[in-house]
Design a protein around this ligand. Structure first.
Ligand code: F6R
Length: 609
C-alpha cells in the first residue's frame, strides 16, 4: 500500500527510482511521483500508472544523484496530479513521500493554517511536510524538525524526505509501514520492500517502528525518533531478480499460478522427516512445548489468507484434535477477545505487513498468548514480531490477486497439522501415508494445471455473466470463498462463495438460467450431499460448473462442465481444487479486458487499517 523508494549514490537517481517504482507498483497505482536534487529540487508527479509519470518526465528528466519516488494508493484526497506524492513545504525546499495515514492531520493543519502556512492539497502528507517546515522555521535543525514532527503525529507512516537545505541526505522513518535500506557499494537504496533493492545489492536492513535513518553519501545512521542510536543487523535478500520478472508469461498472475508445482515443493523442502513419519519445522523449535500443550488455536488473517486459515481450522480440529477458531484480524482486536495463556495464536499473511493482522497479533501477544506466524515475505514485520513461525517460501508474489501464496499457506498449515497431530494423537502409519501424499502433490498440481485450455474455454462461455455463485462443503467451503474472491477482485463480476448446504437458506433465490454456479465437489465423504445440492441448482436451471475428482463419471450427467482434479487426501484437496478456480478468474478477467495484475482499487500490501 503505497510504494516508497529513495536513492543516494554516484549514479543518476532517476533510473533507479523509476525502476524501483515499477517493482513497487503492485503496492498502489493511483499516481506516481519523483523528486531529485540537482542544485534545486525538481519534482515530477502524475495521476495513473508509473508509465504515465515516465511519459510526463521523458522530455525533461529530473537530474541529480539523490532522489525519492512514490507510487500511491489513495487514502486522503482523490487520485489526481496535485495529491500525488512527493509533497513539498510551501517554500519548495523539502520534499516528502509517505505510506500510511496521519490520523490527527486535520488538527495540525488548522494550527499551521492559523500560523500562516498555506496548503495546496487535501492530503495528510502535505500536513506532515509543512509541520516539519514549521519546526525548522522555529530554529531547529532539519533532523530535529523531522523528529519533532514525527513525534507530534498520530498514525502510521513510512516516510522519506530530501531537502535543498541539506542536499546530500535522505531522511527516512517508520511507524507501521515497512521500510528497508539496501546497503550497496558506495550507495544506499531505500524502499518499501526488497524487490526494489535486490537489483543493486543483497545487503539490507529493516527499520522497525519508531526508528529512523539518515542516508548520506559515505555513511548511514540509524536511531530512534527520540535520538537514541540503534545498531541494525544486516540481512541477506534471499530471492533472485528473475523471480520479479514475468518470465515469458503475459501476466504475473498466470506465471504465479503455473509456479505452484515448484512453490509447493519449496514449502515442503527439508521439512519432511520420513524416518519418524513427521514434519520438521525449524522455525517452531523454540515453541515446541507450547505447541504440544496449547489448548486452543486462534488464527488471525485477512482476505485470501483468512480463507487458508479456514482450511487450517478444519485441519487442526480433524487431524490434530485441537479446538480452533478463525478470526478476521480486523475484527479481532476491537472486540475484546478472551485469550488464555495456553492459547496459540497464528497470524497468516503473505506480505507480513497487513496492518489489521499485525494489530491482531500485537493484541494477542499483549494478552499473553504464544504468537506464531505463517508468512511469505522474509524479514517482514509479522515475521519479525512473532515468537516463532514458518515461512511459506512461495517467492515474491507480484500479482495483486494472491494465488501461489494461498496454496503455500495451505501446505504450511498441512505440515503444521501433521507436526501437531504426531505430537498428540496421530500414529506413525498415518503420518507416513500423509507424507507420501505430500510428495505426490507437485505432480498432481501439474496435472491439474494441464487443464488450462479447458478452463479458458469455459471462461469464454461465462465472461459476460453478471453474477457467479461458488459452493463447496467441508474443506472446500473456503475454496468456494476463495474462488469467488478471485473472480470479484480481477474481473469485477459479483460473486458469492457459500457452504453448499446453506444455499437453500437464501442464495437459491438467485438461481435462474443466467446464473453460473461453480461446485467444488470432490469425491469425499460428503460427496453425496454435494450432489444433492447440484440437483437443486439444476432443478432451477442454474448452469453448473463442477470441480470433480478424476474418474467421477457420474457428475458428468449433472454438470454442464466438469474440470477434473487428481485424487488426494481430503485435507489436501483444497490445494488442487483451487487451481481451476484461479485459472477461471484469470481467463475471465483477460476476456473482459481487465488489468489482471493491478485490479482497480486494490493494493497488494494493505498497510492501513
Ligand atoms: C486476495 C488478496 C487479499 C490479501 C489480504 C491479506 O487476492 O490478495 O485479500 O489476501 O489483503 O494480505 P496478506 O496475506 O498479505 O496479509
Amino acid at each position: 500500500m503505497c510504494g516508497i523508494v529513495g536513492y543516494i549514490g554516484p549514479e543518476e537517481a532517476l533510473p533507479v527510482l523509476m525502476n524501483g517504482l515499477k517493482r513497487l507498483e503492485y503496492r498502489g497505482y493511483d499516481s506516481a511521483g519523483v523528486a531529485t536534487i540537482d542544485g534545486g529540487l525538481t519534482i515530477g508527479k502524475k495521476v495513473g500508472k508509473v508509465t504515465e509519470l515516465e511519459k510526463l518526465i521523458a522530455a525533461n528528466p529530473p537530474g541529480g544523484t539523490i532522489g525519492i519516488g512514490h507510487t500511491r494508493w489513495a487514502t486522503h484526497g482523490e487520485p489526481n496530479d496535485i495529491n500525488a506524492h512527493p509533497h513539498t513545504d510551501q517554500f519548495g525546499e523539502i520534499a516528502l513521500i509517505h505510506n500510511g495515514i496521519i490520523e490527527n492531520y486535520a488538527t495540525i493543519k488548522k494550527t499551521l493554517e492559523s500560523d500562516g502556512y498555506t496548503f495546496r492539497t487535501q492530503t495528510d502528507t502535505e500536513v506532515l511536510v509543512q509541520l516539519i517546515r514549521a519546526f525548522y522555521d522555529k530554529g531547529n535543525s532539519l533532523e530535529r524538525a523531522f523528529r519533532l514532527a514525527l513525534k507530534s503525529v498520530v498514525g502510521t507512516y513510512g516516510v522519506a524526505m530530501i531537502s535543498t537545505i541539506e542536499p546530500d541526505r535522505i531522511y527516512a522513518a517508520r511507524n507501521g509501514s515497512p521500510l528497508a535500506i539496501g546497503i550497496g557499494d558506495g550507495e544506499y537504496i531505500l524502499a518499501s520492500d526488497a524487490s526494489a533493492i535486490v537489483q543493486h545489492t543483497r545487503h539490507v536492513t529493516y527499520l522497525t517502528d519508531g526508528e529512523m535513518a539518515i542516508l548520506e553519501r559515505d555513511k548511514y545512521t540509524t536511531k530512534t525518533i527520540d535520538d537514541i542510536p540503534v545498531t541494525k543487523e544486516i540481512e541477506e535478500i534471499t530471492f533472485d531478480i528473475g523471480e520479479l520478472e514475468k518470465g515469458g508469461y503475459e501476466h504475473f498472475m498466470l506465471k504465479e499460478i503455473f509456479e505452484q508445482p515448484d512453490t509447493i515443493r519449496n514449502a515442503m523442502r527439508g521439512r519432511l522427516q520420513r524416518d519418524e513419519s513427521t514434519v520438521r519445522l525449524g522455525g517452531l523449535r523454540t515453541v515446541t512445548e507450547k505447541l504440544r500443550d496449547a489448548r486452543r488455536i486462534i488464527i488471525v488473517a485477512c482476505g485470501t489468507s483468512w480463507h487458508s486459515a479456514l482450511v487450517g481450522e478444519y485441519m487442526f480440529e480433524q487431524l490434530a484434535g485441537i479446538p480452533t477458531e478463525v478470526e478476521y484480524a480486523s475484527e479481532f482486536r476491537y472486540r475484546d477477545p478472551v485469550i488464555f495463556k495456553d492459547d496459540l495464536v497464528i497470524a497468516i499473511s503473505q506480505s507480513g505487513e497487513t496492518a489489521d493482522t499485525l494489530a491482531a497479533l500485537r493484541e494477542a501477544k499483549r494478552r499473553g498468548a504464544t504468537a506464531i506466524g505463517i508468512v511469505n515475505v522474509v524479514g517482514s514485520t509479522i515475521a519479525r514480531e512473532t515468537e516463532a513461525g514458518v515461512y511459506a517460501h512461495a517467492g515474491p508474489e507480484i500479482g495483486v490477486a494472491s494465488t501461489k501464496a494461498f496454496t503455500s499457506q495451505l501446505m504450511v498449515l498441512a505440515l503444521m497439522t501433521v507436526k501437531l497431530a504426531r505430537m498428540r494423537r496421530m500414529g506413525a502409519a498415518e503420518g507416513a501415508q500423509i507424507l507420501k501424499a505430500f510428495e505426490e502433490l507437485p505432480a498432481k498440481i501439474e496435472e491439474t494445471l494441464a487443464h488450462a485450455e479447458q478452463v479458458r474455454a469455459i471462461a469464454h462461455t461465462y465472461a459476460g455473466a453478471r453474477n457467479f455463485l461458488y459452493l463447496g462443503r467441508g474443506y472446500n467451503f473456503p475454496v468456494a470463498l476463495e474462488g469467488a474472491l478471485k473472480l470479484k477482485e480481477i474481473s469485477y463480476i459479483h460473486a458469492e462463495g457459500y457452504p453448499a448446504a446453506e444455499m437453500k437458506h437464501g442464495p437459491i433465490a438467485l438461481i435462474d438460467e443466467n446464473m453460473p454456479v461453480v461446485f467444488v465437489a470432490p469425491d469425499d465423504d460428503i460427496y453425496e450431499k454435494v450432489i444433492s445440492n447440484i440437483q437443486e441448482v439444476r432443478a432451477r436451471s442454474g448452469r453448473v460448473i463442477a470441480i470433480a475428482t478424476e474418474g467421477d463419471e457420474r457428475i458428468e450427467s449433472l454438470a454442464e462442465h466438469v474440470i477434473y482434479v487428481p485424487r488426494t487426501l481430503p485435507f489436501l484437496a483444497p490445494i488442487l481444487n483451487v487451481l481451476p478456480l484461479q485459472l477461471l478468474s484469470y481467463y475471465i478477467a483477460v476476456e473482459r479486458g481487465c488489468n489482471v495484475d493491478q485490479p482497480r482499487n486494490l493494493a497488494k500490501s494493505v498497510t492501513v487499517e
